[in-house]
Write a protein that binds this ligand. Structure first.
Ligand code: 5GP
Ligand code: ZN
Length: 114
């Protein structure tokens, strides 16, 4: 049994407010939202960081972005726009070592990021 928090959310062991799920990808509301819309999109497969992608994951990563687009449209973010973020390891502040995309929207964001 995996000890990974996001694996447990993907397999239903730990509850989350799901936005989307199928056999490849799960999306859920972040427990500590940083914007009016803050959804976390994960592969159901355990991949610790984006550095751990293998060639066979290329289609999966593309599909995660298609899911992000679909959620952004459903959350009425398409007109004003939104931000997708993947933190990788210490300098970026990654805290959960299961690959994920943050979908942030519903407000304006600064650039460069902090
Ligand atoms: P990271 O810091 O690794 O880029 O992002 C991890 C995210 O997971 C954080 O935004 C954090 O709020 C969120 N998170 C951590 N634990 C849980 C949890 O148990 N449930 C949900 N829904 N989100 C979580
Ligand atoms: Zn995992």
């Amino acid at each position: 049994m995996s000890e990974c928090l996001f694996c447990k959310i993907a397999n239903g062991e730990i509850p989350a407010k799901l936005t989307f799920d199928d056999d490849r990808v799960t999306a859920f509301e972040d427990i500590n939202p940083q914007a009016p819309v803050h959804i976390v999109i994960i592969p159901n497969k355990h991949i610790p960081t984006i550095l751990d992608l293998s060639h066979e994951d290329q289609e999966l990563v593309g599909y995660m972005h298609m899911v992000a687009n679909q959620i952004a449209i459903e959350k009425s973010l398409a007109e004003n726009g939104f931000r997708l973020v993947t933190n990788c390891k210490k300098s970026a502040g990654q805290t959960v070592f299961h690959l994920h995309i943050h979908l942030l929207g519903g407000r304006d964001f600064l650039w460069p990021p902090g």
